[in-house]
Write a protein that binds this ligand. Structure first.
Ligand code: ADP
Ligand code: MG
Length: 340
């Protein structure tokens, strides 16, 4: 498996500097950065230890989503088209570090979801893949359970078939014909995610959001099976490739295992388990190991089919630049370093 690890630093916000936060991350060049760890908690302006890190890509705080896409997303989309393979892109990091900004973005600066869809439809047209259909699904993993974000957060179960491929039973898959169409579907899902968060004591920083874009080719089946429903029809089609975008739970939640609240502890343990399993799976695949611990978590078991065969992954480790985030930033960089 081919993989790449990138780090994206977000800008320091005015309200952070007003509270005395200073920028402790120096992006040295496109592949290296240095964390200047404060000497004391009292005087944040005195730096002592410098920690150097090297990654495949270092994206500085003035890097726009478009550039992030060009360096980290576009190679995945092109790979899926060229190799008819599978590609996954993970956004890892502390809550507030920019994961959702990277993936979803905003109307002024659309994120990787939009930019990838845009390139998919452009390539489809340019390369004359007129029979290619594009399908999306969007689900959430919360406390190890699956919820369909395109279907009212309906609870779903995953089952392994005879070939040990894990399928999510009843997951809504929607055919999309344009970028705007895909974004409409995603906005519904995104909304479902945050509404649930405010309404029912759920917290989106404790869940992984998984967007999958499947591409299928109709070939001549189209004419043969005209009477089929859309869903039946899709099943008859040949899978051309699949892209997955995973907006991971806040990495700091993994330490909720020590929280006083039982539910928080259970959720923290689940997040901890899935982030560890993810790291172990990527490492094992990279080293060509025979034993890959997919079953270590719900996250890795449902992504298993995207990790075998022709596949590629990109991890974008998001970091906040402020002094107050320094400890979490170091944890994120160490994690990313282990995946490398
Ligand atoms: P996370 O999903 O990791 O919790 P968000 O993506 O929600 O974090 O980012 C937190 C806040 O910071 C949001 O208001 C977001 O718009 C802003 N933000 C994050 N990254 C950037 C960036 N690179 N440039 C400008 N604003 C950013
Ligand atoms: Mg988020």
């Amino acid at each position: 498996m081919d993989q790449k690890v990138c780090v994206r630093k977000r800008p320091l916000f005015k309200k952070e500097s007003e509270k005395g936060d200073v920028d402790v991350i120096r992006d040295d060049n496109n592949q290296s950065l240095t964390v200047l760890e404060p000497k004391t908690k009292v005087d944040l302006t005195k730096f002592t230890e410098e920690h150097n890190f090297f990654f495949d890509e270092v994206l500085s705080d003035n890097t726009a989503n478009k550039e992030v896409y060009k360096r980290c997303g576009s190679p995945l989309v092109r790979y899926v088209f060229e190799k008819q393979g599978k590609a996954s892109c993970f956004a890892y990091g502390q809550t507030g570090s920019g994961k959702t900004h990277t993936m979803m973005g905003n109307p002024e600066q659309p994120g990787l979801y939009f930019l990838a869809a845009d390139e998919i439809f452009t390539l489809k047209k340019e390369k004359g893949y007129s029979d290619l259909t594009v399908w999306v699904s969007f689900f959430e993993i919360y406390g190890g359970k699956l919820y369909d974000l395109l279907n009212d957060r309906r609870k779903l179960v995953a089952r392994a078939d005879a070939k040990q491929v894990v399928n999510i039973v009843g997951l809504q898959e929607t055919e999309v014909k344009s970028v705007a169409h895909l974004m409409d579907a995603l906005n519904v899902g995104h909304e479902a995610r945050s509404t649930a968060a405010t309404g029912a004591n759920l917290d989106s920083s404790r869940s992984h959001a998984v967007l999958q874009v499947g591409m299928y080719s109709k070939r001549s089946l189209h004419d043969l099976f005209k009477n089929l429903t859309q869903i039946q029809f899709k099943r008859m089609n040949k899978s051309v490739g699949k892209l997955s975008f995973i907006d991971l739970a806040g990495s700091e939640r993994a330490s909720d295992v020590n929280d006083n609240d039982r539910q928080t502890r259970i959720e923290g343990a689940e997040i901890n388990k899935s982030l560890l399993a993810l790291k172990e799976c990527i490492r094992a695949l990279d080293q060509g190991s025979k034993h890959v611990p997919f079953r270590g978590s719900t996250l890795t078991s449902v992504l298993k089919d995207s990790f075998i065969g022709n596949c590629r992954t990109v991890m974008i480790a998001n970091v906040s630049p402020g002094t107050s985030a320094c400890e979490h930033t170091m944890n994120t960089l160490r994690y990313a370093n282990r995946v490398k």
